[in-house]
Design a protein around this ligand. Sequence first.
Ligand code: NAP
Length: 428
Amino acid sequence: MTRQIRLGVLGCGNVGAALIELIGAQADAIEARTGVRLEVARVAVRNLSAPRDVALPDGVLTRDAHEVVADPTIDVVVEVIGGIEPARELITAALGNGKPVITANKELLANVGAELYAAADEAGVDLLFEAAVAGGIPVIRALRESLRGEPISRVMGIINGTTNFILTKMTEQGTDYAVALAEAQALGFAERDPTADVEGFDAGAKAAIIATIAFGSKVVAGDVYHEGISRVSSHDIAMATRLGYVVKLLGIAEADAATGEVAVRVHPTLVPKTHPLASVRESYNAVFVEGRAVGSLMFYGRGAGGSPTASAVLGDVIDAALNLTNGTHGSLGTFTRAKIRPIDETSAEYLLSMEVADRPGVLHAVTGVFARHDVSIRAAEQEGINPDARLVFITHTAREAAMQATVRELRSLPEVRSVGSLLRVIGG
Ligand SMILES: NC(=O)c1ccc[n+]([C@@H]2O[C@H](COP(=O)([O-])OP(=O)(O)OC[C@H]3O[C@@H](n4cnc5c(N)ncnc54)[C@H](OP(=O)(O)O)[C@@H]3O)[C@@H](O)[C@H]2O)c1
């Protein structure tokens, strides 16, 4: 027997319009496979007269999103408005009214996710959010279901398509950062104000959600250390290429099984060319999961765009509809606050370059600084000749605090003209 599910969709922009279009195309197939008939019953927007990318039946549009979440004839609510408010109060109200909610809102979940998961549990309904991290890539479901029993040690993700596009252009075409950014903006991959993407805030929000789900403890956006790509130079890229690395903006979430601490950070990272993440080009995303039992897994695909994101939202809608029909719901359990390891106490391998005077004794002076801070050098090379030279060092695993102290002391050495980028290295 077919069960009719009436959807209230909040927002009809890139994702909302693509979702409504996809439901129109797939409703028959979904009904045949699941016995659930999806009907887009109400669609809330800000501007009733704005043109829409999808044909909507008469009478479904409203400006009153609160009315939609309160409507007793609506079974499932989809929030694709974005931002913190009014999304938070709308989702809370929908859950309180016993309606499952699907959201693609990373900003909201990275700030108040745990509170919303608890509200969904209390109401006994689903709150699903596959699309909030890495768009169309089904990584949240994998983490919360397939890998539920896995002792996950680290998750590393290329989870911002804009920055991956820019870094790909810089690497493959030798383009400067500013030129690559302008190209990304012209192609619609970057916003006019690109700060959220290029400074790592967007990836940081997604990393917080990933860490919360992977490690089962609450991590919020403010816990994530982030550095963006705006200071990555074409010289850094060329140096990385020569040494066998690709520069990627990675979101990295690590758990220390011994101390229970969680470290979450976003920064440009040198990835060995042989690592699977190195092959993720253009605006594609990938999430690389390492577990003590399962080993390594990689999830790859389109991390944004109306259609891929709508695909993830639709999967959640069907799950929620089936659970509602069966009188059940998923649960993430309860979250305690994560014990966050500050960035100073994290460890990594580092690449550090500096301009030095090319004269006898310089190398001795410079390596002496590394040794004083207990940072051991794995590889070193010198470029250039008199009067200036560039030294490049790759360290063994070192503590961030020791590395920062090394950089500070190097800056004060008379032999060192300038200290260049400090880039973290994975998988050396
Ligand atoms: N776009 C992507 O590739 C992507 C990928 C992953 C996740 N997401 C997430 O998906 C969500 C939606 O993104 P989007 O790109 O579709 O955004 P968008 O194109 O800006 O669309 C937002 C929609 O929300 C409506 N809206 C805004 N405030 C409203 C209010 N108070 N009441 C009712 N409607 C309201 C807007 O109405 P008007 O049209 O009338 O202005 C618009 O239709 C965000 O949380 C985003 O982070 C997006």
